[in-house]
Ligand binder design. Structure first.
Ligand code: RIB
Length: 308
């Protein structure tokens, strides 16, 4: 089987819940503070590994206790961490996650996530990359390194995927290195100027994303499910109906499972069905990596709850 190779961020998430988000200058009571492993790159790697495919993470942590905990946690979930570097001069990435009414707002201190240059990523790819593997990146690491990494992965014959999160402009040349682009609603609007709020705008947005260069564009729509344009085919997937506890890492789960489905040879329709179910389970639980389901859990849910 082919591998999923993620180049991406590792953060320790410091999460707290409150009745609502505070206004400017306001202090409000909260509850349920907890510390748990996150980071978009690491979360997506965990989702792929829990789906049962060989998954490697190229990234960096600081030389500190959070870094130790993140690396050992990932290894426990089955992510191969030999190419996670230790940045001596900066701290591990930290995300402060404010949760209210099932939604979240995140403030990020990237720390070591910005420490890697293309030489380190290439040394990881030299060890890991094989033609036909999936290379998956996001935008929480250094942008120049991310673009060069996409180029390098493409030159090695990998299938390149990017999740444009958090949204920021990428150089025009980067689009020519991307096979599959994944965005949520706000990222979609930031990238192509179209907010996908009804079926027509979903299609227009996907067409606009594909016009930038990728063969496949996928947009996640929260409770309205997800949609894709793949090799000219429009695909629509409903969301699972779950009681939402915390949406943190639900999008990462979706993308990691799509990457796993790609290396497993599943169709995009099948991949989106699994990804949607896995993301729904993640949203029904609290936390980031700890809430991501295994393939067995997704299979059981599809059989027992969806009667499939
Ligand atoms: O996508 C969710 C993740 O975003 C959190 O785990 C947090 O670390 C931020 O990177």
């Amino acid at each position: 089987m082919h591998n999923v190779v993620v180049f991406g961020s590792l953060n320790m998430d410091l999460a707290i819940e409150s009745e609502r988000m505070p206004k400017q200058g306001e202090t409000i009571p909260g509850w349920g503070f907890f510390v748990n492993a996150g980071g978009k790159g690491a979360n997506q790697a965990v989702a792929a590994a829990k789906s049962g495919v060989p998954t490697y993470l190229i990234g960096a942590v600081g030389n500190d206790a959070f870094g130790d905990q993140l690396v050992s946690g990932l290894a426990g979930y089955g992510v191969r961490v030999d190419e996670v570097f230790r940045a001596g001069s900066t701290e591990t990435g930290v995300a402060v996650v404010l949760r209210a009414q099932g939604d979240n707002r995140i403030i990020l201190s990237p720390g070591a996530n910005h420490a890697l240059g293309i030489d380190e990523v290439n040394s990881g790819l030299d060890m890991l990359a094989r033609k036909g593997d999936v290379f998956l990146a996001q935008l929480e690491c250094d942008l120049d390194t991310t673009v060069e990494a996409l180029k390098s992965a493409r030159e090695r014959g990998m299938h390149t995927m990017i999740n444009l999160a958090p949204p920021r402009e990428i150089p025009a040349e980067a689009w020519s290195y991307i096979d599959t682009v994944c965005v949520n609603e706000t990222e979609c609007e930031a990238v192509c100027g179209i907010y996908p709020d009804d079926e027509d705008s979903v299609r227009s947005a996907l067409e606009a994303l594909v016009a930038l260069g990728p063969k496949t564009a996928i947009v996640t729509l929260g409770g309205r499910g997800s949609a894709a344009l793949a090799d000219g085919r429009f695909i629509r997937q409903e969301a699972q109906r779950v009681k939402v506890a915390d949406t943190t890492a639900a999008g990462d789960t979706f993308i990691g499972v799509i990457a796993a489905a790609q290396v497993s040879g599943l169709s995009i329709e099948e991949g989106m069905r699994w990804a949607s179910c896995a993301a729904g389970i993640t949203a029904s639980r609290v936390g980031a990596q700890q809430s991501i389901p295994t393939a067995v859990e997704v299979d059981t849910y599809l059989k027992e709850v969806c009667n499939e």
